[in-house]
Design a protein around this ligand. Structure first.
Ligand code: ADP
Length: 333
């Protein structure tokens, strides 16, 4: 039977830390937030608006939940693509209670019209609504209850600069995690899932987790399944290594798809530079998948570089794929 803890769909919720002690890493962000939240609570005001950015699965949503809990608020949650019309946003904003947290995930997918309604709402707690059309159109202003907007995005560069500047509480970039931190995260997750996990197996999962807690938790679950089917249910180093091999995740954490993208960059485009759009077309892959899923980790590993003319494979990428890197061209003169 599918129970929340057994269903991947619920994995994030099941394993989401609900106290700061269990939220491992991101020390600088945590320290800054504690001061900001402490000061706001002392003044009995909602904290100022916050923006979290960084690759998927690094803990942005979890931070929003922890903040909500810390200040004893309620969270209303939505996402950029879910707010299609100004009316959708107006309905969300007018239904807020004083002190609520409004969490908007994928904020880079908010359209311009929505952004423009959001500015005054964030700045002065006012909602400007235009009624009617043409010469008889008029604007009415509604006062909103004090609230805190927490936005999360994987693509901060797509947020307009007026919107970015409205996050008066701060803009925080989440960092990839160290192997030690991920090891602690999977050890905690294994406990919650009731699985026995050997230390070396936790280290192996950490090594191949793309430095990302969500990926690590998914790998842990797959390793648990493997240990259950092929062994005694205990996740030891041997069964973890076999499970990860079956998933085609290599020792650097690259998936088969990451390697395919690198191969195409090297084989079809001579290592680049090539634009994201062209690379995506050649790989029959969505631009967003390459830009948001593959690329951040390949950049982090130093396998590709982003140049003004496009993406370039580095000698490290050639080495990883067992290919000869081209020698840099010597100037003729
Ligand atoms: P994002 O919103 O950045 O995509 P989430 O906040 O949904 O990421 O995190 C994905 C999952 O990873 C969470 O459910 C949680 O289990 C785990 N996670 C993320 N950050 C941490 C952390 N710092 N410590 C422990 N677990 C974490």
């Amino acid at each position: 039977m599918s129970t929340p803890a057994n269903n991947d769909k619920y994995l994030d919720q099941t394993l989401r830390p609900d106290n700061w002690g269990d939220y491992i890493g991101q020390e600088s962000i945590k320290n800054n937030l504690k001061i900001l939240l402490g000061a706001a609570m002392e003044r009995e005001e909602p904290p100022e608006h916050l923006l979290f950015y960084g690759p998927a699965g690094l803990g942005k949503t979890t931070l929003a939940h922890l903040i909500t809990k810390e200040i004893g608020a309620q969270m209303k949650s939505t996402s950029g693509p879910a707010i299609e019309r100004v009316g959708d946003l107006a309905s969300i904003l007018t239904n807020l209670s004083p002190g609520d947290i409004l969490f908007i995930d994928e904020a880079h997918r908010l359209n311009k019209m929505i952004e423009e309604v959001l500015y005054p709402a964030m700045e002065s707690g006012a909602l400007d609504i235009i009624i009617g059309k043409g010469p008889s159109a008029r604007t009415i202003q509604l006062d909103l209850p004090p609230f805190t907007l927490i936005a999360a995005t994987t693509r901060i560069s797509l947020l307009s600069s007026p919107l970015r500047s409205r996050f008066s509480g701060g803009t925080f970039r989440l960092e990839f995690y160290t192997e030690k931190e991920i090891q602690r995260i999977v050890a905690r997750s294994a406990k919650i899932l009731g699985a026995e996990l050997a230390e070396e197996a936790a280290a192996e999962i950490a090594k191949r987790s793309r430095s990302t807690p969500r990926t690590a938790n998914h790998l842990l679950k797959r390793c648990r399944d493997y240990a259950q089917v092929h062994g005694d249910g205990i996740i030891g180093i041997d069964s973890a290594a076999k499970a990860l091999e079956l998933l085609e995740i290599d020792e650097s954490g690259l998936t088969a798809n990451d390697r395919r993208i690198l191969e195409i960059l090297i084989e079809k485009f001579g290592g680049g530079p090539v634009g994201l759009q062209t690379l995506a077309a050649a790989a029959s892959e969505e631009e967003a998948t390459i830009g948001e899923v593959c690329e951040p980790y390949l950049l982090q590993l130093g396998f590709i570089e982003r140049t003004p003319r496009g993406r370039v494979a580095t000698p490290r990428a050639y080495e990883h794929l067992g290919k000869m890197a081209p020698h840099p061209q010597k100037p003729l003169l």
